[in-house]
Design a protein around this ligand. Structure first.
Ligand code: ZN
Length: 260
């Protein structure tokens, strides 16, 4: 065998081995995290994404109880689906992470997405500022001052690696919206899929609607978490202002193993 060919085979062998270990690990963590026997630990890692003083001030004041709404909402919805666990998740807040995660590619191919997700997971492992027990789900939260920006990039949550990246506003006025987006990404890490049209961002009927059989159908008054918005007419939907007025629909419940 030529020397070159030998090293090529060795490289392929190790890559396949890494892939096998990563897949096995994802599979194990998925079956453990969606059996709903024990409270899942979620750690939020805040990042000052625009390096502004007002963002820093908000980060300094941020407490884990700013996210209590998520825990309460998920407990309420789990009970509605007959899950006995009162606290399906518990949210903890890490110290501020000083580095930025690798930039998410625009219109990425599948290969680029896989590559980015591996880099992100490696980056997350290197940049953890959390001192406590190993979390089940990690959410990196890039916060921006609303004085400086009005539009944020998309947030995302990966089931493989149980990790999410949330872009939010550094202001109490946006805490509820940040909580909605954070829960949406947490549910992605647990296997839930998006229930909106990626082009128009309009929720899909019936699975993306909180009340798909309401009469008249529009306007809706609540949001399905993975539908992401509250449809007002065929072309326009509102962002939800509180988790309290949201629901986890039956398809999402099925995807996260709350329904058989
Ligand atoms: Zn989504």
């Amino acid at each position: 065998m030529e020397k070159k060919q030998f090293w090529y085979r060795v490289r392929v062998f190790f890559l396949l081995l890494i892939l096998l270990v990563v897949s096995l690990n994802s599979w194990l963590s998925r079956s453990r995290t969606t059996d709903w026997q024990e409270t899942l630990w979620v750690v939020i890692y805040p990042i000052n994404a625009d390096q502004r003083g007002d963002t820093r001030g908000y980060l300094n004041a941020l407490q884990a109880d700013h996210f209590d709404e998520i825990e309460q909402f998920l407990g309420r919805e789990a009970n509605r689906y007959g899950i006995a666990l009162n606290h399906p998740i518990e949210i903890h807040l890490s110290d501020v992470v000083e580095n930025e995660p690798p930039e998410v590619p625009d219109n990425a191919s599948i290969l680029q997405s896989v590559w980015w997700s591996l880099r992100f997971r490696y980056w997350a492992w290197r940049n953890s500022a959390w001192q406590g027990p190993e979390p089940d789900i990690r959410i990196f939260m890039r916060l921006f001052s609303p004085q400086n920006r009005t539009v944020l990039e998309h947030s995302l949550g990966l089931q493989k690696g149980m990790i999410g990246l949330v872009n939010g506003f550094a202001s109490v006025d946006f805490q509820s919206l940040n909580n909605f987006v954070t829960l949406h990404e947490i549910l992605h890490t647990l296997g839930a899929t998006d229930k909106y049209d990626p082009q128009t961002l309009q929720p899909l009927w019936p699975e993306g609607y909180a009340d798909p059989y309401q009469d008249p159908l529009l306007p809706q008054f609540r949001a399905e978490i993975m539908g992401g918005r509250i449809p007002q007419n065929d072309h326009f939907s509102l962002m939800p202002d509180a988790l309290e007025n949201s629901v986890i629909g039956p398809l999402t419940a099925q995807e996260i193993n709350w329904l058989n």
